[in-house]
Design a protein around this ligand. Sequence first.
Ligand SMILES: [Zn+2]
Length: 363
Amino acid sequence: MTSQDYLQLADYRRRVHALYAAVRGLYAQDPEAAHAHWRRERDALFRTHPQSALSPGERAAFAGLRYYEYDPDLAFTIPLTPGGAADRVAGEETPTVAGSGAGAGAPFVRAGAVDLPIGRLHVYWLDAYGGGLFLPFRDATSGRTTYGGGRYLLDTVKGADLGTTADGRLILDFNFAYHPSCHYEETWSCPLAPGENWLPGAVSAGEHVYDPPALAVQPSGAQGTQLVTLEPIPANAQVASFAGAPRLPQPTRYSIQVSESGHIEDLGLFRNLNHSCAPSVRLDVSTLTVRAVRDLSAGEALTFFYPSTEWHMATPFTCLCGAADCLGTVSGAEDLPLDVLLRYDVSPHVLSLRSAAAAAALR
Ligand SMILES: [Zn+2]
């Protein structure tokens, strides 16, 4: 670790603390909105922060972290009961921190236990400088749809803290369960759930395994390069997240328009996304995510209908996509009739700019 690494790591921690402070504020009003905010901000941190657990190559092809749909039945408020409080967690079962700079074998004691409908879990206290609550668990999804080493729900020394209610009950919402860093980067080590925190049933909530489709940039005759999937992708699967991409006021050669006056160009491998009049992916500008529009087979190019986001294109081009209803010349949505636009998944800003243009023409 260099001095710069320490500063960046401190910044990462700061941002995670700020994220959970925002989540606690939102959660009191609307847990599902808090969850959506948490997902978006975690994607932005993973994709853009220098201390991301993902390698630079993985960040360029970032598909967004994956989660189960929000399930309100797995959100609890629960009193913390003694449950073997203050015992050192013994023997091989001791969760230890290694390789994190905190030194191997950081000590945990039991702060208490919670008796939930899904089983009993112990809540630990990091009995070292700084301290903090820690709640790791494993369940029947571990090693299948979630990381084999289990997941975390609370790790307050790092900021992961959903808080308590006014009457002192812990807020434990398993939709916020997340993977330890070692899931993404094998050289990291993480304290894992001791046997007493292994739940017999499946907790189908929170984060899934991160297993994005493998993509490659390949040469492609007239277009120069193309972005290709190396494995099948089911319809509607998320293939990219541009969370955290800075907004630019003006388009650039590689940018995508995401609002009436905002553009992003921090697209990683998706800079190589070509236009097609029969596109294989679409962009949701509200979440900055890209999804497959149909089942894609291995070797198929990822393509996008440029006028679905671009109102004005400085350099129209002759399309060579070969689609049956190819437009021929591709330019911005401003040049296309509404009935053509409506054949595609067009972004809301394009439709509102189209309405404004139509209204202006009538004047
Ligand atoms: Zn075409």
